[in-house]
Every structure is written in C-alpha cells, then in structure tokens.
Design a binder for this molecule. Structure first.
Ligand code: SAH
Length: 360
C-alpha cells in the first residue's frame, strides 16, 4: 500500500467516503506524496508523453501564434504570457525560441507560470534559465496586463465529480473502503447530490440508469476567473487537451503508469490520473466570466492550419538524416489515429479582440 493510499484510507475512516474530485486532488496534489509533487511524470522515461515532449515544433508553432495575437492586441508594451501547468517547461522554452521572430513581442512578454508543484517549478526554472519568470499558485493573482495564455493538458488534471443515474435519480460516485476485502472501491453516495442543478439539462432529464455524468466545478471556476481577467485586461488564450464538446456520458477517469493504463485505485500517487475535458462546459465558463468563445477544433486541424508541414520541411532541410524521425513526430501530433483528433483546441478572447490566427 502506498503512503498516499494509507492517507486516503485514514481520511475515509474519519470523514466517510470522499468524492472522486477529492480523491484526484490527493492523488495528484497531496503536498508530500501527490503524483505531480513527488514524481517526474513526463517524457519517454516517465509515465506519458505530452505534445511538447513529442516535438519542439508544437511549442514553436504556438510561439508564432502568440506573436500574431500580440500584434492583433495592438502590440502592447507589456503583456502577461501565461502558461497553466507547464510541466517540464518544454512548451514555454520552444515557444520563446519562436517568439524571437517578433522582437517587440519578446521584449513585451512577462512570463507567468501557474504551477502547484515545487519539483516541477524547479524543472521549469532550469528549462527557462536566461528568462525572467514569475510563478503563481493560482489564476486569481495574475498581473493587471493584457494576457495571452496557453494551457496544454492542464484541465485534464483538474478534479472531476461523477454522478450516476440510478432508479432513485442521480447519485454521486464516491471512494469508500470495502470492509470485507479491506480495499478501496467506488460506490454511490446516499441521497441526492447538490451538483444536480449544474448538470447538462439533457443528460439530467434523459439519462438512462447506469449512465455516468462528469462535472468539473474546479475547471469551471478557473475558466470563469480567466474569462473575467481577459475581459478586464484584454487578451486571448488557447486550451489544448483531450476531450469532447459536451453532452456525453461515460466514465473517463483513467490512470496511466509507465505508458500503460492502470487501475485508478491502485498505486495511488505513482500513476497519473486524468479525465476527459468537457469543452462545451469549459467554453461556457469562459463566457460566463465575460470572454468570447472563438473556436473549437481538433489539434490536427489547428497545427495543420499553423503550417506544421512547412515547419517540419524547414527542419528536415537542415538535417536530412533526421527526416524520418521528424515525419514520425508530425504524424504523432496530427495523425487521426494518434493525437490529431482526440486532442482538441479551444480559442477564447476578450470581447473586441480581432480574429485570432487560424481560429477566427
Ligand atoms: N503542460 C505540460 C504538463 C501537463 S501535466 C505538458 O504538456 O507537458 C499537468 C501540469 O499541471 C503539471 O505541471 C501539474 O503540476 C500542473 N497542475 C495540475 N493541477 C494544477 C493546479 N490545480 N494548479 C496549478 N498547477 C497544476
């Protein structure tokens, strides 16, 4: 039993079954044993590979996107360049290299990283040495500046709650201790859930018995706050993650360890735990904060429109021996059977912002 499982069992013994959201917060963010606190999850040797770790082209294309958005904002003298959940700092490092094509934007950028993990902050400091970087615990204290933000695989790590339709209406799914086998299980809470009014109307009214609805109030409050920040100070943002447009049911909670799916309730603290992002709800939360929803597209479509093949061609021309490897990483990022379709891109902006490059 991992130390984190011991901690969670003690918590359940004292306070009763805990929500899936509380379970995720402990599994990922417990100050001593949480997955993002204690492990280095990314890359080939880690548990999973994210797009910026697949290829430098990913961050570079986003850098070009940022340069154009900055221009669209009227080339402000100062702007906050914010990344949420920067992991190893790879995306921001690649982005900044490409941002140099626009010396004005580079000069104006104030780099702000929202990161909860001290270990990952240290990684980011290393990856971004030579740049002035300021870290934030939350999105609630971002600077009062026009803001361009990026969130890649950030929202999928935020806690979700699950409701299951039963013969007696919707009940929340909770983590409990099953006494006979003395193990953790997912079971149903007694009585109705206060989350019911926040459900998608169609699912709430028409869900069949056994259907599972996922809600992420934690994601919505961050999105609403960011939406309000953009509305007040100007700016735009990109959210890239795996997920769907909303209005669907199903249990998407998953654990990954050593590049393999793993049972969610085992090896707690040693496996990454994520859930699919409901982009419909997320976009609505940005709009509630006062921002505009601009586009929802696939990662493949977005990177193609930004010219991933042109960029790959330039890299291959410089190093023909590596051409095959470059082609393979491009396929990985945009291939329909790989990250190209499952991963989605949401573009949001303050009202009055001109069209965002390739997103409208
Ligand atoms: N964007 C990176 C890493 C994604 S993993 C990449 O694409 O490789 C999720 C990241 O979000 C990690 O850096 C994790 O520590 C951070 N994170 C998760 N929940 C957070 C929260 N509530 N507040 C701040 N950072 C968080």
């Amino acid at each position: 039993m991992t130390p984190l499982e011991r901690y969670i069992r003690r918590r359940i013994t004292l306070e009763g079954p805990i929500t899936i959201g509380d379970f995720m917060v402990d599994a990922l963010g417990h100050p001593e044993h949480g997955y993002y606190i204690a492990c280095d999850p990314f890359g080939r040797a880690g548990d999973f590979i994210t797009a910026p770790e697949v290829s430098q082209i990913f961050g570079e294309l986003i850098g070009l996107w940022v340069a154009e958005v900055w221009q669209g904002l009227g080339s402000p003298d100062e702007f906050a360049l914010v990344e949420l959940g920067p992991g190893r700092g790879t995306l921001m490092a690649d982005l900044l290299r490409a941002l140099k094509v626009s010396p004005g934007a580079m000069e104006a950028a104030r780099i702000r990283l929202v990161e909860m993990s001290p270990a990952l902050r240290a990684r980011q400091r290393k990856a971004l040495s030579g740049h002035d970087v300021v870290w934030h615990d939350t999105v609630y204290d971002l600077p009062e500046l026009p803001t361009i933000f990026i969130a890649n695989e950030f929202f999928d790590a935020l806690p979700i709650r699950q409701l299951e339709r039963t013969g007696n209406g919707w009940r929340e799914r909770v983590v409990a201790i099953e006494p006979e086998m003395d193990r953790l299980i997912v079971t149903l809470a007694h009585g109705p859930s206060p989350l019911e009014p926040m459900m998608n109307d169609g699912i709430r009214d028409e869900g069949a018995i056994g259907d599972i609805a996922e809600l992420s109030p934690a994601s919505w409050s961050i999105a609403t706050q960011l939406g309000a920040h953009l509305a007040l100070w100007g700016g735009a943002g990109l959210i890239i993650d795996y997920g769907h447009g909303g209005g669907v049911t199903g249990d998407t909670l998953q654990a990954v360890k050593d590049h393999q799916y793993a049972p969610v309730l085992e090896d707690i603290g040693l496996a990454d735990i994520t859930a699919h992002v409901d982009f419909g709800k997320l976009a609505a939360a940005f709009v509630e904060g006062g921002s505009e929803y601009r586009a929802f597209t696939s990662q493949g479509g977005f990177l193609n429109a930004l010219g991933i093949n042109v960029r790959a061609g330039m890299i291959k021309a410089k190093n023909p021996a590596g051409a095959e490897a470059v082609d393979a990483t491009v396929r990985r990022l945009i291939g329909e059977d790989q990250m190209g379709t499952l991963f989605k891109v949401l573009g949001v902006a303050a009202p009055g912002t001109p069209e965002l490059p390739v997103l409208g």
